[in-house]
Structure formats: C-alpha cells, structure tokens
Design a protein around this ligand. Sequence first.
Ligand code: MN
Ligand code: MG
Length: 649
Amino acid sequence: MKLQDDMKQHRLDFASSVDISTIVDLRIMETTDLHVHLHPYDYYADCPNPDLGLARLAELIDQARQQIPNCLLFDNGDFLQGTPVGDYIAYDMGLKDGETHPVTAAMNALRYDAITLGNHEFNYGLDFLMKSIAQAAFPVVSTNILRSKGATPLADRHLVRPYHLITRQLEDRSGRAQDITIGVLGVAPPQITIWERQHLHGRIQTRDMVEAARAWVPEIRAAGADLVVMLAHSGIGPIRHTENMENAVIPLAAIDGVDLVLCGHTHQLFPSRVFDDIPGVDIERGTIYGKPVVMSGFFGSHLGLIDLKLAREGGAWHLLDACVSTRALRDAAHDFAPAAPEDRRAPLRSPMVRKIIARAHEAVLENIRTPIGRTATPVNSFFAYLGRSAATALVAEAQRDFVARHLAGSDLAGVPLLSSVSPSKAGGLGGPRNFTNIPVGPLTLRSLADLYVYPNRVAACRLTGAQVRLWLERSVSAYHQIHPGISEQHLMDPAFAGYNFEIIYGLDYEVDLTMPARFANDGREIPGQQGRIRNLTWKGAALDPDAEFIICTNSFRAQGAGRFPGAGPETLVLEHPAITRDILRDYVTAHAPLSVAADAPFRLQPVNGANTILRTSIAAHDHLDLIEDFTPEVLGVDKRGFLRIMLTI
Ligand code: MN
Ligand code: MG
C-alpha cells in the first residue's frame, strides 16, 4: 500500500473514481505500557483511581467497537510488571503450568488481535514470561528479541514469532465482505539484554530494531500483507538512526513498506504538543513521514485510535485517509451506557474483563494490607532532591546491611561500603501522586510497594574513588543549572528521569548548582565540563581517587542501566537472587519500630540571590519542617497537580 503525501488531495481525486462498495473503514486500537494496571485502583495509596486500568479501558474498547464495524486491537508491551498485582502473581501466587495470567486472561476476553513484548516483560525472568503468555489466544510477535542471533536478521532464531499475518473479511460501506491481510511485526529496545542481564545472559540476544524491521518488512509484504502495522515498544526520539538506539520510532516510521506505527515505552502521548517542531513529525495529523503513528499514555490512561479509510482498486488496497487520536479515561463518562443488545455491532467484552480482574484485585488487597512492622517516623520522598528523604535513607541502610552480611568473611569484607539509592517515586512523568508517603504507624506490604516500585535485586559493584565521584556527577546532572541573582528557577531538569538521580550514603558532599551538568540525560559525558561535586569526603577526609569502595545498589543499575560510570558486569561483585523489596521486608520486620532520619548526605551550595522552584506532592505541605533551612514558600498547585515550593538556596 502506498500512503500518499497529501492525503486530502488524494482522497478527493480518488473518491470520484472509486465506487463506494470498495471503501472500507478500519479502526486500529492500541493499548500500551499497561504495567498490570487492571482494576482502576492505586495500590500504593490503597484507594480507587478511575483514570487508569484495563477494566475501564475495556469499556472504551467496547464503545469504540460499536462505532466502526471493522476493528483491530493491539497491545504494545510492558503489560506484565508494575503494580503490586504483578508482583503478587509472580512471587506469591505463581503460575502453575497451564494456568492463565490474569493480564493474558483479560486480553483473551477482550479479543486482542496481536501484542508485542516490552522490556518489563523480562523482569520476572524468561520462564515466568513464557508461562504468562502460553495461554494467549492471540499471537505474540517480536522481530528483534532472539533465542540466537544469525548472520543476518532473516537467519535469526526468535523467542516468539517475528511477525504474524492477520487475514480478515472486512465489511465495506455497502455491507459486502472484502478480504484483507494485515501484517504485524514488533520491536523493543535491544538494551533489554543489559537491563535484564541476570535473567537473560546466555539465553536471549537482541538486534537493532531498525535493522531487524528493514529486513523483515519486505518478507511480510512478500508473504501477502496488504497493510503492515509495526508494534514498536519504543519512543519518539532522535531523527537519525544510530545502532541500538532505544527510542527509534522516527527511523522505524521511515522504513519503506511500514504503513502504521503503534508506539510506547516512554509513557507519552502521540499526537501531542511535546513533539511539536520535529522535522517529519506532524502533530496535527498524527503522522511521522506521512504515516499514522499513535502512542496512548501508560497504565491504561488512554486508548489509542487510528481510523483508516481504505479502498480497493484492482487487486491492491489504497489508504485514502487516516485519523489519529487518543481517548483519555479521565475524560470518559464514568458510566459507559452500552447500546441495547439488538443494536450492537459487537458483543460487550468489558463485563468479562471486570470479572477476571476482580479476583486478582481482591487477593492483592488482602496481601498488601498484611502488617509486617511499624514505623515511628514518617517515610517519604517529597524532598529527595534536597537530600531530605527517609525513603532513600531506609533503602540505603537495608541494602548496606544486606551486602555487609553477605560479604562478611569474604576477600571483600574489609573494603569500605557505600550505598547508592535513587528515589523510587519522585514525581516526574509519573505525576503528582508519584511520591512515597508512609505515615507513622503500622507498615504493610503496601508501604513497601510504595517505598520500592521496581522488582530489582540487591547488587554491589567495586569502584575506585574516581569512579564514585563520576557516579555522583552523573546523578547530580539531573539538576538545572542555577544562575545567581535570578528568581524562580526550576530546580530539576524535567528531561532527566528521577530514577537516574542517585544519592550515595556513606559519603559527604556538596553540589555546586551554578555549574553546567557534566552528563547528559542518556548518560553520555559532556566534554569540557568540570562538574558540580564539591568537598567530597569519606570519614572526614577528601575522597582518594585511587581508594576502593564497594557500592551497594540494585541489579538494574549494576548491570549498566543509565550508564553510571563504573557500573557494569566487569565491576559487579555481588548479585543476590533475592529481590530488594524482600530484603526491605526483612529489615523493617527486624527493626520494628523503625526510626529513620531523613538526613542529608549532601548539601546544595548557596547560590547568591537565587531561589528555585521544587515541584512536589501536595502532601509535602505537612512536612515542610524537613526543609526549614531553605525557607520554603508554598506558591500553590500547578495545572498538573504538583505543589510548587519556592526555596532559597
Ligand atoms: Mn513502560
Ligand atoms: Mg518499556
């Protein structure tokens, strides 16, 4: 199929020459980055949240299917991990052979047409993933995740099938059946083998997404596809293709023979303003190089739609027009009123989905409310970027305690231990509710899930003092450069992911915010920058660049995620199979009642005449005493719902 550069012009020409009985309306629907958000519930806050989850999305899907006779539904990956529900199924309930994972069961009920795998599918290991999708009634495709890499992409051995052909009879505008074949392929960031090295090393290889797709798309065409849909678990990033790039949607859309791209991974929306002014990207039409592209948020926040108008002329299908949109649950009527059964184009699937999801939800609620300890001090992450955070202090101490016990008696027992932690929840793209907030009182599994979101394991690397300093530089690059004498400068650079801000406990250091960042968001060192770390000491003395340290961290970081200087398989000295959250559980149970100081291992150096804005949770209002020395002034709530606080630094 050839998509015309000027669809409107083309539609006019074409519409006069084709007869209406060859015109077909086809709706392509996307869900992406569901992260086990099924029931509309916030498990960390233990309260309903109607703005997310597959259960309510199922109602939007039902509704969308009533509007157009021909619909296809795809999921773009990252469906298996991300809430306590995912952990409960993986760790507590487990999957017996032949048992269906609730996410798969819900997807079966919704009659998905195909899905692809995201990076988080591998968080619980390969065997759990394969069990989770074994009962899928729909094809799972991935073109670049491999059992073994061949000499060329066509010689690769794939983990799941590289592509699938959907053959359908679609109803045209005059009610007649038309045969069409839709080819579906899927790609995900090749970094999966780094991020999940402990599960995948020696078992899985990956190939560059663009390289794999370029080789396979002509095969899919040759196999008879009239239309090729790319499921890209990847975001909209650089224009130019570089090998193994993580966010490759623009070069993927450029591939000849790809008609549509469904994307995700970066948890954004497309079309949206964020992608304004990128050459080739049209946010009005929702296209990249003229091809329809959609990205539908995260956690089931939106349903993505591409409505196609196709016409058959001779033997070939032509795309006359496409309309790209996303529908937000937040904007949807809370009670979807279905059409009477006799008026329905398609049977409703949402009641079945609700039933499947309700069972998992009840079991998880009981599990997360089980008491495991007590805390005598509040534990939150509202001021993690100011170094006043019991949330990071608690994780750091539990990690350190665990590693110390595991290295006792080994050759490494005498090497000084440091503990590095990033705030698991610190606002950002996750929104104003994305903060750890544990009040004084009983601790439950929910508290731990609130404290530590990712299913990482404890790990440790052996670094030199010089590497430790660079590790801190990479971390404090997350701040904006602050200029003296200027008011209301934003403290944090929103281009930086919160999970790449690490605090090292066991050191003492200061940060000079007047200096430019030494590292870019992707972890690359910016040449010629001297950095921001000042007065770095260990036990009261300047840090010796040649001294050796063991740095306690997590498996994700230790394997090289975020490209922290010195982290990687070469320096890894410990990786324990126990997940960090289980270690936290043991720690809080053994240390009840907990008393955690929100002490700062670092200070921001004063900047003359400057003040900065911190965006944090509304709940931070009750904890301003933690940052008294910054003379906080609450400015109000911004339109995303973050509390804005002005700080003198
Ligand atoms: Mn995701
Ligand atoms: Mg992802």
